[in-house]
Every structure is written in structure tokens, then in C-alpha cells.
Design a protein around this ligand. Structure first.
Ligand SMILES: [Zn+2]
Length: 80
């Protein structure tokens, strides 16, 4: 029963997001100024693409964000 109500709650929040839009909260900001967001209601994760538009955060995109930050930090260390 507990699982069922949780599932119903998840469906309702997804429905709410479809109607009024996601309630985005900044979840992570990289040194490269790349940002990741999470929706407070449905817990969907998003990041910005190269044009600055929000796109669903896939494990691949998360990895790209992390690699870019590593690259940035290493480059900063060299010039400092
Ligand atoms: Zn949402």
C-alpha cells in the first residue's frame, strides 16, 4: 500500500509538471559555470546544453560536465 501511494504521488507530480511546468532548483554548479537542476516536484534532473537550454540530465551528460570541470581545473592550475 505504501508503494502504491508513493507511485500515485509520483504520477501526480509528473502531471503537475506537465501542466504548470517544473519547479527547478539548482542542484549543482560547476566551475565551468555549467549548472545542473532538479525539479522539486518530480525529481527530474536537467542540465544546460551548449545553447543554454535545459535538457534532461543523462549519465553521459553528467560525465561530460564532470570531465569538462576536471579539464578546466587542470588548465587553471597550469596558468596559475
Ligand atoms: Zn518536474
Amino acid at each position: 500500500m505504501q508503494n502504491l501511494s508513493r507511485e500515485v504521488a509520483a504520477r501526480l507530480s509528473r502531471l503537475r509538471c506537465r501542466i504548470v511546468g517544473h519547479n527547478m532548483k539548482l542542484s549543482k554548479e560547476y566551475k565551468t559555470h555549467q549548472r545542473e537542476y532538479v525539479c522539486d516536484a518530480c525529481k527530474c534532473q536537467y542540465t544546460e546544453d551548449k545553447n543554454g537550454y535545459l535538457t534532461p540530465l543523462t549519465p553521459k551528460l553528467k560525465r561530460v560536465n564532470e570531465v569538462m570541470e576536471q579539464f578546466y581545473i587542470r588548465r587553471q592550475a597550469k596558468t596559475a
